[in-house]
Structure formats: C-alpha cells, structure tokens
Design a protein around this ligand. Structure first.
Ligand code: UD1
Ligand code: UDP
Length: 387
C-alpha cells in the first residue's frame, strides 16, 4: 500500500508552491506515495486559483472546502471544522502545509490535535512583527510541526533560537521535530516554468512592453491595503517612480487591493492613479505571465513575499513596501531595499537601484532541487512510521 500524504492549499502562493512537491511525488514516488490535495477555498476567483491548476499541470484537488472570505477567526474556524472531517476520513500519514496563511494555521492546529504529523514547508521565516497575521500563523505552524523544511540559513537560525535542535534523531514527532535546511522550492518552480512560459505566454506583446522598459509592481498586504493613508502613500510613490524615472508600471492587481482602492475612490491620488497614462492596472496574472514579467522587468516593486524572492531569482532589484521582511538575505546583499509606505523613500530607492543596479545575487535559496529533497525526506519519515 502506498503511503498517503494530505496536502493543504488555499491561497494563490500555496497552489503555486504545491506544484513543485506534487511533481516530485509523481516523478519519483509513483505507487509509493499517494497525495490527496485539499483546497480550502480561501482563494476562489479563477485568476487567483483555477488558472494555476491549468497552467502548471497541478492535479485537481480531491476536496474543496469552499470556505471563501471571512474574518480571520471565522475563516480559520470554518477551515478547521471542514478539514477535521477530511483528516478523519482519509487518515493520512502526514499533512503537508505551506507558508503562513490562515489555511496553514488551520491545518496545523486541526491535524496536530488529532495526532497527524504536520510537515511545514517554508518554516522558520520571521518578520518579528506580530501585527502581521502571517507571523502568528507561521510561529504556530512551526511549533506544531514534526518535519520543518526551511529555505534559508536565517530560517534555520530563527528556529534554533526558538529552541529547535539542529541534529535531532528519529523517531520524529511534534515534541522531537526534525528541521531540514534545504533551499526554496519556489526556485525549483521558477526554473521549471520560465522555459515553458517563454514558449507559451504572449504577455509582453499583449501589453506592448519592451524588456527593461517597465517596472513590475504588486500590492496586497493588509498592512498596506487596509490603511488608506498607507495605500495612498504607496500609490503616490508609484506615480512618482513612473513620472520621475519615465517608465511604465505594470500592476497585476490583487482583488483585496482592488476593493480597497475602490473604497477610497473619492481621493485625488486614487483618481489620478486610476487614469495615469504610465500605469497599467491589469487583473491578477497567471504564474507563467509573472515569470515573463519578472524576467523582463527593470525593477520589482512589491509587498509580496513570493515576488521578492522571484525578483532575486531573475536577478532583478526589488523595492519592498514594508518596514521589514522575512527574506533578509537579498536585503543584506543590497538587491532588495525596504521603502515601507513612504512615498519619497519609494522613489529614492527605485532611483538608487536603477542608477546603480546590483550585480551580485549569490545563491542563497538553494539549487533548484528542494522539492526532490523534501519528497525524499517525507518518504523516509513515512517509512519509519510504518516500520
Ligand atoms: C492571503 C494571506 C496572505 C497571502 C495572500 C496571498 C492570510 C491571513 N493572508 O491574503 O498571507 O500573502 O493570501 O495572495 O491568510 N478575494 C477575492 N477573491 C479571491 C480571494 C480573495 O475577491 O479569490 C478578496 C476578498 O475580498 C477577501 C480579500 O480578497 O476578503 C482578502 O482575501 P484573504 O484570503 O482573506 O487574504 P489575502 O489578502 O488574499
Ligand atoms: N503571482 C501570480 N500572479 C500575480 C501576482 C503574483 O501568479 O498577479 C505569483 C507570484 O509570481 C508568486 C506568488 O504569486 O509566485 C506570490 O503570491 P502572493 O504575492 O499572492 O503572496 P505572498 O507570496 O506574499 O504570500
């Protein structure tokens, strides 16, 4: 009998991340590991969810819990209630969770309470800012997990500082967890899909863009969208960049940000932004389109975790609309600058990075084979459990 692993996905970046490990399970463990995919339904628009299954050849989820949007507590509680039923029915050997969303938190709590080992991918990241919902989610997820895969040395250091051991011995369980430092499986994905994207995506022609003649921008953090003064400062900063550097800005707009911009549509900044000739607001893009935009952009402006890393993979400078970041290595190498929601600083950082682009992007996210490594370690763990 193959081992059964149950993978929880829900938000856009988790669907994308799951593509890499699912591929490794299919390629190397066919007949040995069966993966049950459970989509919580946290993201549900076609361009926030389905498009990735189509583009990235991800198997269709076996379950969709259809929780949709709600407050943190309601959304998380609905997920936990519906997940528990699936966990009890499927009885997996492990539950795999990604990152730091409410879907991650719900699965960590629901699975560990019924003694199903939790495997946390992208463990150990910390912003040291608990006003971020993601920081709470990742701390809880890490401390309930049995296997933790951390993508960076800083992640490993953070876990050790919180009491995790670097060299624990089996049997592994929630009180004797195993930490692996193994690189980032999103690097695997960027390498894997960039080639396919070149062959299939027409986004450069469709948007009439020339390489290095535009800036790619994304905004979605609640810290930025839910405070009109911060959102307005960011929009003003983006307009300053477009005008001051005379460059187009391409903004695939997250639905959360679209809604929040609509709520302050009376403001002069928003009116100017929405009709600005240099600013191209487009719907959320597919992953293949993102690969092409990232590969061809002059600069990335973002508050996304994933997009910060992808900027680095494609050797592009990046300006972040946050006061701090969990992805500290690119900041240490001067490839990412933190501008927070400060209009002047956003412009200044962009000017600095376009005038003096960083040349060195040392390989801090592994070798592009993280998913293979994770699949092997998960398989070893399941074998040990069943011995
Ligand atoms: C969530 C994660 C965040 C992650 C992001 C990735 C949490 C707490 N936040 O933030 O860590 O970086 O996903 O994109 O888990 N909406 C739609 N259609 C959708 C999905 C959302 O319209 O398909 C709108 C709804 O108005 C919803 C809002 O976006 O209320 C926010 O969605 P939610 O999933 O709660 O949080 P995100 O901001 O997407
Ligand atoms: N992404 C995408 N389309 C978009 C914006 C982002 O496919 O319009 C991808 C991006 O390339 C990265 C992931 O989504 O792989 C990052 O997700 P997001 O920014 O939503 O969340 P975060 O990484 O901040 O949690």
């Amino acid at each position: 009998m193959p081992h059964k692993v149950l993978t929880i996905i829900g938000a856009r970046p988790q669907i994308i991340k799951a593509a890499a490990l699912s591929r490794a399970f299919r390629n190397f463990y066919e007949g040995k590991i069966t993966e049950i995919l459970v989509h919580t339904g946290q993201h549900y628009d076609d361009n926030m969810s389905d498009i990735f299954f189509r583009q990235m050849n991800i198997p269709r989820p076996h379950y969709n819990l259809e929780v949709g949007s709600a407050s943190h507590a309601i959304q998380t509680a609905r997920m936990m209630e519906r997940m528990e039923e699936v966990f009890l029915k499927e009885k997996p050997g492990a539950v795999v969770i990604y990152g730091d969303t409410n879907s991650t938190l719900a699965a960590a709590v629901a699975a560990s309470k019924i003694h199903i080992p939790v495997v946390h991918i992208e463990a150990g990241l910390r912003s040291f800012n608990k006003s971020m919902p993601e920081e709470i989610n990742r701390i809880v997820a890490d401390h309930l997990s049995t296997l933790l895969f951390t993508p960076t040395k800083t992640g490993l250091k953070n876990l050790i500082n919180e009491g995790f051991k670097e060299n624990s011995e089996p049997p592994y369980h929630a009180d004797n967890p195993k930490v692996y430092h193994c690189g980032d499986l999103m690097l695997d994905n960027s390498l894997y899909y960039a080639g396919l994207a070149e062959k299939t995506s027409n986004i450069m022609a469709d948007l009439e863009l020339q390489p290095n003649q535009f800036v790619l921008c994304t905004i979605h953090r609640d810290l930025n969208t839910d405070y009109p003064e911060r959102l307005t400062a960011i929009l003003n900063g983006i307009m300053q960049v477009a005008e001051g550097l005379n460059i187009k800005v391409v903004l695939p707009l997250h639905p959360r940000t679209r809604k929040k911009i609509m709520e302050i549509k009376g403001s002069e900044a928003v009116k100017k932004f929405q009709s600005h000739p240099m600013i191209m607001i487009i719907p959320p893009a597919g992953f293949l389109e993102m690969c092409i935009l990232e590969k061809n952009t002059a600069l990335v402006l973002t508050d996304s975790g994933g997009v910060q890393k992808e900027a680095y993979y494609f050797k592009k400078p990046c300006v972040v609309f946050r006061p701090e970041t969990e992805w500290v290595e690119p900041v240490e190498y001067g490839c990412t600058l933190l501008a927070d929601a400060d209009e002047e600083k956003i412009f200044f950082c962009c000017k600095t990075l376009t005038e003096n682009p960083p040349e060195n992007f040392p390989p801090v996210f592994g070798n592009g084979k993280a998913a293979e490594f994770m699949a092997e370690k998960i398989f070893e763990f399941l074998n040990f459990q069943n011995r």
